[in-house]
Design a protein around this ligand. Sequence first.
Ligand code: ZN
Ligand code: ZN
Ligand code: FE
Length: 744
Amino acid sequence: MIRLRVKLKGVVQGVGFRPFVYNLARGLDLKGFVRNTSSGLTLEVEGPKDKIEKFLLLLNKEKPPLAYVYSQQVEFLEPVGYKDFLILESEKTEERDVLILPDIATCEDCLRELFDPEDRRYMYPFINCTNCGPRFTIVEDLPYDRENTTMKVFPMCSECRREYEDPKDRRFHAQPIACPKCGPWITLFSSGGKLLSEREKALEDTVRALEEGKIVAVKGIGGFHLLCDATNEESVKLLRIRKKRSEKPFAVMFRDIKQLKEFAKPTELEEALLLSLERPIVLIEKGKGIAESVAPSLKRIGAFLPYSPLHHLILHFFPKPVVATSGNLSEEPIVKDNGEALEKLSDLADYILLHNRDIKRRCDDSVVKVVGGVPTPIRRSRGYTPLPLFLPGRLRKKVLAVGGMLKNTFAIGVGDKVFLSQHVGDVENLSTLEVFEENVKDFLHLFKFHPEVIVCDLHPRYETSRWAEKFSEKEGIPLIKIQHHYAHILSCMAENNLKGEVLGVAWDGTGYGTDGTIWGGEFLLCRYGSFERLYYLKTFKLVGGEKAVKEPFRVALSLLFEAFGEEGIEVALKRLNGVNEKKVEGIYRLWKGSLNSPQTSSVGRCFDGIASLLNLKHKVSYEGQAAMMVEDLCDPAEEGVYPFEIREGKIDWRPALLALLEEKDKVKAASRFVNTLACMVSEVVKLTGLERVCLSGGVMQNDYLVSRVKEFLKGDKIKVYTHQRIPPNDGGLALGQVAHLLEI
Ligand code: ZN
Ligand code: ZN
Ligand code: FE
């Protein structure tokens, strides 16, 4: 007889691990116990040696589908004479090492019950089980038990209690377990705040409102969505006006993959992503039938499938796809609480569908795009957060990295693990800064994390960097500021498990450089801890600073002035439709006098400038719009490249600009411009002799560009690394900031 003790760390709570162990031990007639702790799961079994060995084998082989173990500590001990096998009460310990699961899309078993008239949870919008349901958005504290979730206010009925306590039931210890008798329910309100209906009736009324072309705010898993008929041009336009969002694309939710294929053309890989457990929004080519104003003048739409029972129910009764965009005023954080919804969404929605299960923390939908043949997160949030990312080494200290300013996420890092936060958004104003702070404090509490060092961006005017300065001072924790593009490349190195030196190609819209100029077209020699700027795009002036970001024609003019001097005015007037002479001359004077015209090497801005020169867009209404339009125009069959020169570390793009201006055909011009950028990468790779190339920064979301770079570098012994788990854009910056402290 021997006694075996196993301590597991990883995703081992809320995934049916204890019933699995219970059934396994009982099946082998072993005695002992299993229990959750704040750091994972501990079990002991006692019995004959051969059975214990079999137990250990099966423990690893047959563990529950959602479980993920990253550490297993095994000890053999003297038997103590257990009489039975029991599931013991959870144990609170000081150490916190348990992984919290993301919110998981409704599973097949639950869906079957949801639509089974015989089932007691028939049509119940909060059905879930051990394999599915909310997790991250309802956890208040650890260990993950019902009293530590927002479900604690719903005492279980006797039937739910029986399922919850039965190790053979598929809802054994499913913390959010509920049924129509004992769990939360939905209520429909008018935009004026009047209660209209409850439960089944509220669902019926919601569907009717959508049929009438109305806009309905619906409380989901990590916040509110605004829903309307995605095929109804009038409704979508109205939503745009109310949301003050003129052109930025809306996501569309489809009933199922079959319906989705009637309106869009996913590839096989995209279909797999749409159906994955995480249920992200996937950017796919659109077909016919969706209202044009859903994604004006773009080739792709953001499509996704229902992931909560409530979504399934709405789309079961409403026969058409729905716009499902986050419930917020533009630039503000997504609304998550009932009171907040009635107050803030009343001007946006005609009806508000609430429920009484509280959302503990916001979590926006995730977005994925296939870039260069690889699924690449554009936004990593619901479905992924807060599972850790693993580093290729250990961190010197416990790190809090606050990320960038736009598309912010922050991260905490300890040992070889990094927990990247959910999408926080653009931290540019007071309300988003408050949400940022709230989220950071929430993470520190949830993970009982005490940082020993803080990392922020070098940019003196990022709100997050300023916050980090204050926090560092108040808490007496040292602060490290690191360069933006260096952090981008570190994030790519870290997620690809690279050590040593790489050539980093960091291309994006804006990042503060070590010389005080705005970088964004960088070739960096990077290693964990330091970098050198090897090559960069010849700089040009951003006339009007921030204004140039919203008005690509300013960049177009700047590029022309850089190439032609004053004669650029004439070229511009011939070239740019609808830009008036006075304006052009005014901008020339500002350019000449370098008034409010910081120097930049930004490739992102180059895309803007080209979009304007091709008369695609002179003013944008959201970040990245011009670049997406250029990408959409590109033709993979076009192989031409424009000339450029590399001198003294600078890549002179002016010869390419001259060639582009000669081009009559827009498609050719756009494609050749991007081909030229890809060619710049391959030329620099040759010059440096480095064999590992990391592509990062927002520009690397461009599928056409990344595919071209990969083609250019194919065959050589060059290895190209891109992002697959975190976004190439500033949403992935925090991982790089953490990785700066790797001990390698
Ligand atoms: Zn389920
Ligand atoms: Zn119940
Ligand atoms: Fe960036």
